[in-house]
Design a binder for this molecule. Structure first.
Ligand code: ATP
Ligand code: MG
Length: 419
């Protein structure tokens, strides 16, 4: 055991009323101490990071957990009963409650589990020592592996037990390793963990694409995922999950640009920076990774090349692009283009275009088919053609808003088309 076991007195989530209601419900059935906080919340509290969601571990078996929650008037959702997980809904939030367990049989993708009442056994089936930390409701921390606290304090991501064996049990742990490394790692990475990830990189081919992309996006949401991704490339893990990933310079540039531009980490665009550049290839990769439709469309649009955006384009051209593509697409394309040379001489220009894209309000032409007819055009398919032509004129004129000017434009278009 570590010399100083901390007391998490300052952690607000420990006394969070919604969590307390869940603990009360379980302790009413299983007695004091039958449930503990576990995993991310304890780890983050020790590392001084914000706590997002709360996971709980208990000696009660899933049926008893469900009964205890329902007796207390809380909703119980059977999210993974085979693996001992029930989600309690309290205060409108979900709390994952997992029965202490050991893995009896594993094939790299699925595990057959046996429930247990032994906290040390439960810690032994968890992935990394810093994730095998528990705390009771008084804030008393428990570190059954004896190594989790020191690992959390030092930012060391170390497998519980033998790294190779743990990866053979569950291949997803390779990606979890690089995710936790990106978010919490400090100093030199654990050599045996890296060697085990490298040795088993080929097993990633067996994982469902959904799991891979979820892990990847979670990894890429770390403030600075670059060194972790570099290690993924060096160990052959990256090419297994993203065979088309080229060199990492676009990702590096993309992260740099976020800093220079003062924007939050953008995991989706960062993923785009790892994909090939041609829109068709991006679409194919997005399908293969089973990205959501929204993410796929965003990345395909970000890879588009028309109209071409350059650092030296005029503000008028920028506004034209904004009108044609919308601010979100233009911003993605500008950032991707800037990412090629974040500190290059064009950095100021990219920044100016981005600023313009943020202050831009969409413009509308304000004329319809009825106005075209009123101006003397014959009814029929030509009306649409005239409106398209008018819109081109309007963009070329930099979006005049004065209705008289637009009407003059319409007259000019009608003359030009001989309508
Ligand atoms: P986050 O803050 O990202 O939610 P977390 O540590 O809570 O981090 P989860 O994926 O929510 O991560 O998992 C909760 C806990 O369950 C982990 O801390 C770990 O102890 C255990 N765990 C989750 N997935 C695995 C796995 N594949 N193998 C072993 N243990 C796992
Ligand atoms: Mg969690």
């Amino acid at each position: 055991m570590s010399a100083s076991i901390p007391q998490l007195t300052e952690a607000g989530w420990i006394s969070d009323p919604a969590a307390a209601a869940v603990l009360d419900a379980l302790e009413a059935a299983g007695g004091a101490g039958c449930v503990r906080f576990v995993g991310g919340c304890v780890r983050n509290a020790i590392m001084g990071r914000p706590v997002a969601d709360i996971d709980l571990a208990t000696v009660l078996e899933p049926d008893a957990v469900t009964a205890a929650l329902e007796a207390a008037g809380l909703k119980a959702v059977p999210t993974g009963v085979d693996h001992g997980t029930v989600t309690a809904v309290s205060g409108g939030r979900g709390f994952e409650i997992t029965t202490l367990r050991r893995d009896v049989e594993t094939d790299g993708r699925r595990a057959v589990v046996a429930f247990s009442r032994d906290w040390t056994e439960d810690a032994a089936r968890r992935d990394f020592t810093l994730n095998a930390l528990y705390a009771d409701r008084t804030g008393q921390v428990f570190d059954p592996t004896g190594e989790g606290l020191a690992a959390a304090r030092a930012g060391r991501i170390v497998f519980v037990g033998d790294a190779e064996r743990r990866i053979r049990e569950d291949h997803l742990r390779i990606l979890r390793y690089f995710r936790f490394l990106a978010h919490y790692g400090r100093g030199d990475p654990d050599a045996s963990a890296l060697a085990a990830c490298e040795a088993h990189a080929s097993s990633l081919a067996n994982l469902p694409a959904e799991r891979i992309q979820k892990e990847l996006l979670s990894l890429l949401s770390a403030p600075d995922p670059r060194s972790s991704v570099r290690l993924m490339a060096a160990t052959g893990v990256l090419s297994r999950i993203l065979p088309s990933a080229g060199d990492l310079s676009r990702l590096e540039g993309c992260c740099e640009v976020e800093v220079l531009d003062g924007t939050a980490p953008d995991p989706v665009l960062r993923l785009g920076a790892l994909l090939p550049e041609a829109p068709g290839d991006v679409a194919r990769e997005a399908e293969r990774l089973r990205l959501s439709g929204a993410h796929r469309d965003r990345l395909v649009a970000a890879a588009g090349r028309e109209p071409r955006l350059t650092s030296w384009m005029s503000t008028r051209q920028t506004r034209r692009a904004l009108h044609l593509l919308g601010a979100a697409v233009v911003q993605d394309r500008l950032r991707m283009a800037w990412a090629r040379a974040p500190h290059g001489p064009a950095a100021r220009d990219w920044k100016t275009h981005l600023a313009l894209s943020r202050s831009w309000t969409p413009r509308t032409l304000g004329l319809s088919g009825a106005d075209v007819l009123a101006a003397g055009a014959p009814p029929g398919p030509r009306v649409g053609e005239i409106l398209r032509e008018l819109e081109t004129w309007w963009m070329d004129e930099d979006f005049p808003e004065d209705p008289d000017v637009v009407r003059e434009g319409l007259a000019a278009v009608l003359r030009g088309l001989g309508a």
